[in-house]
Design a protein around this ligand. Structure first.
Ligand SMILES: Cc1cc2nc3c(=O)[nH]c(=O)nc-3n(C[C@H](O)[C@H](O)[C@H](O)COP(=O)(O)O)c2cc1C
Length: 383
């Protein structure tokens, strides 16, 4: 195998294998979860999505984390053409996709997502549910086919909360049956679990609202239910962030102490890893202290996946070398180059992210059209 052509960039920490619970990953490079709204209308993933995911394993990524997959046919689905794991037909359609990644030496984790109040389009329900009747900030995301304000959610009843938790557990069981190597609960970016965690969004006065431990209760119960459903040896992680898709600059008001409490609580749960995401993963989470990944590592003592602008390979390698994280997950970097790991090993240049790949729509069609257009332009300018 080729080695890094540019010896001045110490990339070796990125290429050591990693053990996450019972899972061994061949290197420290993962594809971050990315919604591509390219499933069939009934939520079944397609063969084309299989090719998309297989390309990352071909390109050397050790781990592929799927896009956010909806968990139930009640209120979980966020977007039209989002894939699900809410029935057996959806499960069966994931099987060849996971196999395609496995055949290329990769491992694949299913990200399980409940959109809560951020649901933009859900064929199963006309209205939305959230912790409280608070309209989400901002406007719906156009690149996921949304427009205008978010709907005002109805506060979830205890029975609806129990159903959502059960939805996660059942979807996790299906993920295991489909051959996935683990599941990641989407507790970040402003979706349901994060809505319950967030002051100002969760105004509940029952056992799911109030102080931090109460606001974390839904995540805790979900982890416990999923663990119970999948058994002790199936890798399980939780994704956490400060920022939200509808509020990029959100910071936890309690700063480092709140981070210590959140990661301390999560670290005691039966999980195998935490996945933190920030705009630039290596920057201090608050003021001038540790990054969010490093805070997770310090207070949770489980393997930490870090995400956020880590296609800058020096930053990615340095983060791992410092011990602030155990694995880096690339979003835009992976979209730019599905063979980013191979390029990194071979010291090849990497291009800047082209927003046209996900604009005006974040689906696979749009990206393919964009790539074709750029190829045509290059051919024409070479003449
Ligand atoms: C098109 C697109 C879709 C995304 N969908 C998801 C998702 O389904 N689940 C999730 O946790 N994050 C999602 N993200 C966020 C990415 O996982 C990642 O946090 C973000 O791109 C920043 O990482 P980067 O700097 O490596 O791109 C999405 C990002 C993009 C660009």
């Amino acid at each position: 195998m080729a080695i890094a052509a540019d010896a001045s960039i110490p990339t070796s920490p990125l290429f050591a294998p990693l053990r996450v619970g019972t899972l061994t990953v061949r290197n420290r490079l993962a594809v971050a979860p990315m919604t591509r709204i390219s499933a069939a209308p009934d939520g079944q993933p397609t063969r084309r999505m299989g090719k998309y995911y297989a390309a990352f394993a071909d390109g050397g990524f050790g781990l592929v984390i799927s896009e956010g997959i909806y968990t139930d046919k009640a209120y979980a689905q966020g977007y039209q053409f989002q894939p699900g794991l809410s029935d057996d037909a959806q499960r069966d359609a994931w099987r060849p996709i996971v196999e395609g990644v496995h055949e290329r030496g990769g491992r694949m984790i299913a990200q399980l997502m409940h959109a809560g109040a951020l649901a933009q389009a859900n064929p199963h329900r006309a209205d939305t549910r959230g912790p409280s009747a608070v309209r989400p900030k901002g406007v719906q995301m156009a690149f996921y086919r949304g427009s205008g304000e978010y709907r005002l959610p109805t506060p979830m009843s205890e029975a609806e909360i129990a159903a959502a938790v059960d939805g996660f557990a059942q979807a996790a069981t299906r993920a295991r049956e489909a051959g996935f190597d683990g599941v990641e609960l989407h507790g970040a970016n402003g979706y349901l679990l994060d809505q319950f965690l967030s002051e100002g969004v969760n105004l509940r006065e029952d056992r799911y609202g109030g102080d931090l431990q109460r606001r974390l209760r839904l995540t805790v119960e979900t982890v416990e239910a999923v663990r119970e459903a999948v058994g002790p040896d199936f890798p399980l992680g939780v994704r956490v962030s400060q920022a939200k898709v509808n509020d990029f600059v959100h910071k936890w008001s309690g700063g480092v102490e709140q981070a210590a409490a959140i990661f301390g609580t999560l670290g005691k749960l039966p999980i195998d890893y935490l996945h933190t995401t920030e705009f630039e993963a290596w920057q201090p989470a608050f003021g001038d202290g540790l990054s969010l990944a490093a805070l997770a590592k310090r207070h949770a003592q489980v393997p930490v996946f870090a995400n956020g602008s880590l296609h800058l390979r020096e930053e990615a390698a340095a983060l791992l070398a410092r011990g602030d994280a155990d694995l880096v997950a690339l979003g835009r970097g992976a979209l730019t180059h599905s063979d980013w790991p191979r390029r990194c090993l071979q010291g090849q240049p990497v291009e800047a992210f082209d927003r046209g790949l996900i604009d005006p729509l974040a689906d696979l069609d749009n990206a393919e059209r964009r790539r074709e257009r750029l190829r045509t332009e290059q051919r024409q300018s070479a003449r």
